[in-house]
Ligand binder design. Structure first.
Ligand code: ISL
Length: 637
């Protein structure tokens, strides 16, 4: 595509650009419309302006302008989709995310800590985990559970000391595992020394580290951007008559990456940790670090659709590539360190531009577009549609290319548990957990297990808003009840559907024994058969690296409620047969000549080859089978 896109460009032309492709898909996703709509030749030949007219109020003209300006701001559309698929540890490892405050309590004070994590390393190694991602353990006033950092080089005393951390790192490495930290550099805490100095002294060099701006007249904030955690994205400081930007909580102040000294300080800090021996970083909202110069108002229509005003001005900002490359060159590359960016809002094509291996930006990203069914937001109470996941993942599998690597995950500390969203019936959680695990460990990509996934943990049954501690949920509850006229009951139901607290509950290691003990109604039961399936599947993935980690992916059958695909490589050919639905289904797959190697059918789970009997053609709800086409069964774990 040459030259700028305009309203006279065709949908096909717009869709052929990375940003156009992802922006259109994003809009369709919000509206709950299938992507097939755009790829249809008739629609793809229509002019963008015509579509906007036809869409009427659903896509107002200003939203069209916002999309065009995003596309035209991106000058880089090139990457090598079919570069050689290199073999590296982070493609082979299964990652495991630890949320330190609720993982394991090592000193019996009622909260998780670093010693607790160290005490579970044998468990994690035996599960087959190859790398840990540690959510923040840095010194923090804990306004956003550690994602508000006060001192990047200090451990939060409640979690232990730097010696405890060094010991953890040594013990991780001694077991042949790796450890990555969380890098939170879109913002710091307002208690960070930089922000305190910036606020105290107008002449301080730290003023330019943040976005201090005069108001917009009449006591109005500098622009209309809203915070992810409710309300305006600006704090007012009356003593200075200035405002400062915070995309997240009022205590998480955005760093100004335009300021070279900020980037130098970040590089120094990252190198400090890498010199210590950590193996890489998960980079918090890293796609938000470049804001459009002048911080212009966000488009009302885009903001209304996405739920956050201003987002199109920074989720894929003009200098994102430049900043990522600088960080890669000055810190990650010299250490051979690994990076995975947390990049909300980024779709497949933008992801290719930030992760294609020859571009030297990031190794992988987390995209979140698979976490909600089309037309839904996190706080909606609805049933997640696995048919959507099948189509989403197939699209990425087929088009992401060999020089990009996908992260595969269903859960993290920012979302309710996926198994509850798929089916609220607890009797079905174990089978859904295993179905998800089978896909996670047999699709092409790097799996990220969130703590407790391997125990089949589900959402918890909070009884009242007083049990909810997360700043996002608490702020949203106040907004819903005080500004949007919702009853307390309705607002609580909304919070219950989407709160991040579901996945931040203590792991059920050993209630009542000095561990972190929640009240009875919040306790969960670990499901041993799910853990067993995880162990088997991770070992299976490792035993068939060429096919399952690096091999080809071929979708075989995709029908309502059904997903059958093949993975193949030098060490085998496997077919995975899934019933994605809550009713019995025939998939249509003919297993003649195949041997079943793993079956989860209702409560039955077979991993020892004894399934070598005739299996019924009908799969029970959420049943999953793995078939082996070769003679390789001897090599199964
Ligand atoms: O974009 C969002 C809404 O669609 C949010 O989900 C947001 O992008 C996401 O929560 C960002 O998460 C990360 O940064 C936050 C922190 O609270 C989260 O825990 C962290 O994972 C601010 O640091």
């Amino acid at each position: 595509m040459k030259g700028p896109v305009t309203k006279n460009s065709t949908i096909g032309e717009i869709y052929s650009t990375a940003v156009g492709h992802d922006a259109i898909n994003r809009i369709l996703l919000q509206l709950g419309i299938s992507e097939k709509w755009v790829t249809n030749p008739f629609v793809s030949g229509l002019r963008f302006g015509t579509i906007l007219r036809l869409a009427g109020k659903r896509i107002p003209p200003s939203m069209g302008d916002a999309v065009l300006s995003l596309i035209n701001a991106e000058s880089e559309n090139d990457f090598k989709a079919d570069g050689e698929m290199t073999h590296t540890w982070w493609k082979e490892a299964v990652f495991y995310q630890i949320y330190p405050s609720s993982f394991c309590d090592g000193n019996g004070d009622g909260t998780g800590d670093i010693k607790g994590i160290t005490s579970k390393l044998d468990y994690l190694r035996d599960l087959g985990v190859g790398a840990l991602w540690l959510s923040p353990v840095y010194d923090s006033p804990w306004d956003d559970n550690g994602y508000d950092i006060r001192d990047y080089r200090k451990i939060l005393p409640a979690f232990g000391t730097m010696e405890d951390f060094d010991e953890l790192l040594r013990e991780v490495h001694a077991r042949g595992m790796r450890l990555i930290m969380d890098l939170v550099v879109n913002h710091t805490s307002d208690e960070h020394a930089w922000f305190r100095e910036a606020l105290a002294d107008p002449g301080s060099k730290y003023r330019s580290y943040y976005f201090f701006r005069p108001g917009n007249g009449g006591g109005k904030a500098p622009n209309n951007w809203t915070s992810f955690f409710s309300g305006s994205a600006w704090n007012y400081y009356p003593e200075q008559d200035l405002w400062a930007l915070h995309l997240f909580s009022q205590k998480q102040m955005d760093l100004n990456w335009e300021e070279p000294a900020v980037r130098d300080d970040v590089v120094r800090m990252v190198n400090w940790w890498l010199d210590k021996g950590v193996d890489g970083f998960r980079m918090d909202v890293i796609n938000y670090i470049s804001k459009e110069p002048g911080l212009p108002d966000g488009d009302e229509a885009v903001g209304g659709m996405m739920g956050y005003m201003g987002i199109e001005k920074y989720f894929y900002g003009p200098k994102l590539h430049e900043y990522l490359r600088e960080l890669h060159e000055k810190a990650f590359a010299p250490h051979g360190a690994f990076s995975v960016g947390e990049t909300p809002g980024i779709g497949r094509r933008m992801a290719q531009l930030v992760t294609a291996q020859e571009r030297g930006e990031l190794d992988m990203i987390f995209s979140f577009d698979h976490l909600e069914s089309p037309g839904h937001k996190r706080f909606d109470d609805y049933r997640y549609d696995l048919n959507y996941y099948r189509d989403f993942i197939t699209d990425w599998m087929l088009h992401y290319g060999s020089s990009c690597r996908m992260s595969l995950f269903y859960n993290n500390h920012d979302n309710p548990r996926m198994i509850s969203k798929i089916d609220p019936d607890p009797a079905r959680h174990a089978m859904i957990a295993v179905l998800l695990a089978v896909m996670q460990f047999t699709l092409r990509g790097t799996p990220f297990v969130y703590q407790g996934d391997e125990m089949g943990l589900a959402n918890v049954d909070f009884h009242s808003i007083d049990e909810i501690t997360d700043v996002e949920s608490r702020n949203l509850y106040a907004e819903l009840t005080q500004e949007r006229g919702m009853s307390a009951q309705e607002a609580f139901a909304t919070i219950l559907a989407g709160t991040r607290d579901h996945t931040r509950q203590p792991l059920p290691w050993n209630y009542g024994n000095g561990a972190i003990d929640p009240p009875a109604h919040l306790r969960q039961k670990p499901l041993a058969d799910v853990t067993e399936a995880y162990r088997w599947l991770i070992a299976f993935r490792k035993a068939h690296k060429e096919s399952l980690i690096y091999g080809e992916f071929r979708p075989l059958i995709r029908r309502k409620g059904v997903f059958v695909y093949e993975r193949s490589g030098a060490d085998g050919t496997f077919v995975v047969e899934c019933n994605l639905s809550d009713r019995e289904r025939k998939t249509g797959f003919d297993p003649g000549g195949y041997t079943p190697v793993f079956i989860r059918s209702g409560a039955k789970q077979i991993t020892d080859g004894s399934a070598d009997l005739r299996l019924p053609a009908m799969l029970v709800p959420y049943e999953v089978r793995i078939w082996d086409r070769g003679q390789t069964s001897a090599a199964h774990p």
